[in-house]
Design a binder for this molecule. Structure first.
Ligand SMILES: Nc1ncnc2c1ncn2[C@@H]1O[C@H](COP(=O)(O)OP(=O)(O)OP(=O)(O)O)[C@@H](O)[C@H]1O
Ligand SMILES: [Mg+2]
Length: 234
């Protein structure tokens, strides 16, 4: 069960960006992906979302190779994604922005209301903003809305690209609190967070993956040791 990436290799513009990455993303973990600028963090998330086609390797979800499936099926498979350049639609209200990917998928009104209630329980600071225009949000508030939107479809996996980057300390703390609240309310959810500056993460993760020169290595916080899980050593 869960998502297993097997020997995934990704090339962009003729350069190999990810080399034979083999990682497991178990349900219920908060996984940090840490690496410097240009290390391949965004490429890893985009590959999982099907937005980049790997040269080789498999993406197994509960044993099914979703790497063969088009990107638009990821939402139905329970994957939510908040890109670095979160897009908030200014002509829509915050509530409409949050519900948008569910609307596109044809999720029923009743189910949308049920999911929104669970998301807002973890992010109560969004409640007073729901009827506000998307145009009236600060950059940090926009990140909160982008997280809520990713959670509406990401019932199994939520991929967040550098969410802490540029957040004021107060908002960063709220964001970390929301992620911790999600652990309680959505125990099966796997949250993947990229960051170039690991100190911004506030210890929210249970597993850390390091990306360096296209290789990915893992460090499980509770185990307290660094374990090589991919690359030429295996
Ligand atoms: N469309 C593209 N064509 C060619 N090379 C690309 C393309 N997109 C990214 N790259 C290269 O792939 C490498 C990884 O890029 P990626 O955006 O995944 O890094 P990142 O870890 O997300 O960096 P950052 O912290 O700056 O967001 C970089 O060397 C980058 O120059
Ligand atoms: Mg990036």
């Amino acid at each position: 069960m869960g998502l297993h990436i097997e020997s995934m290799r990704v090339a962009l513009g003729g350069n190999v960006v990810l080399r034979d990455v083999s990682i497991s993303l178990p349900q219920g973990d908060t996984v940090a992906v840490v690496g410097c600028n240009g290390a391949g963090k965004t490429t890893l998330l985009r590959s999982i979302m099907g937005l980049v086609k790997p040269v080789s390797g498999r993406l197994l979800l509960d044993g099914r190779n979703i790497g063969e499936e088009p990107a638009y099926l990821r939402a139905a498979a329970g994957f939510g994604y908040a890109p670095e350049d979160r897009v908030i639609f200014p002509a829509l209200t915050v509530a409409q922005n949050i519900a948008l990917p569910c609307d596109v998928q044809g999720v029923s009104r009743r189910e949308i209301a049920r999911r929104a209630e669970a998301v807002l329980a973890a992010m109560p600071q969004l409640k007073p903003m729901l009827q506000r225009s998307g145009a009236a949000l600060s950059g940090g508030q926009g990140k909160m809305v982008a997280l809520a939107r990713a959670l509406m479809v990401g019932t199994r996996y939520v991929l967040l690209d550098e969410p802490f980057q540029g957040l004021a300390p107060v908002l960063a703390r709220q964001y970390g609190d929301a992620l911790r609240a999600l652990r309680e309310s959505h125990p099966q959810l796997c949250v993947v967070i990229t960051e170039s500056n690991a100190s911004l993460l506030d210890g929210v993760q249970s597993l850390t993956l390091f990306i360096e020169r296209g290789y990915v290595t893992a460090d499980r916080a509770s185990a307290g040791h660094r374990r090589e899980i991919s690359g030429e050593g295996e």
